[in-house]
Design a protein around this ligand. Sequence first.
Ligand code: PEP
Length: 250
Amino acid sequence: MRTPIIAGNWKMYKTVGEAVDLIKGLLVGLGQVHGREVVVCPPFTALYAVRPLLIGTNLALGAQDLHYEPQGAFTGAIAPTMLTDVGCRYVIIGHSERRQYFGETDTSVNRKIRAALTVGLTPIVCVGEVKAERDRGEAELVVGRQVTAGLADLRPAEVARLVIAYEPVWAIGTGDTATPADAQAMHATIRALLSKQVGAATAATVRIQYGGSVKPENIDELMAQPDIDGALVGGASLKAESFLRIVSFQ
Ligand code: PEP
């Protein structure tokens, strides 16, 4: 039985004051939400300030990236223990925007996953094809390569601790969602791949989120698919009302 997990990726939005207000707004409605994990990933600058608001609540804290080294001369980077130090339990790794604009590769994703697991963080590992790859019929090939390389040489017990987010890049921030059937098909492909890599028993426990223009209007249908175990939500996580509706999926 996989507990559904919905995570909000706030990207480069929200000052500290705005982040605190949004958390307060979410907490008003989250008391009625049960049987699912809910995570918010604010920008680094807001993590420390929102942490006290989350203690004793059913809202968990995550970050949007980390460095794979434990510490050192890496100007501008954030170490894994810096995230646990401010109360993070989750970290997004390999988001398509990191791959596109910051040179993230499957190799760095693999190193970051290991670094996150070492300090007890749960990685939310993002994979997904761009539009041209889907149009060429290469979506499964591309996502398969990202999963295989990103998770290379991880032990089954380590893979069991991951959350994987399938995010077709053409659906991110565009309003253009994959159909529930197409998303389900890719999730099943990812689970089959995991099964080959670490065995069916482990693959059956790994939660696979869908991401890409998830909103109140499409969450119920997406979550009704057997291999969709949650959602990674960008734009619709920036307002309490829409995120609360999403986490309250039927
Ligand atoms: C994301 O950033 O991971 C994302 C899915 O964004 P949006 O929901 O805005 O498409």
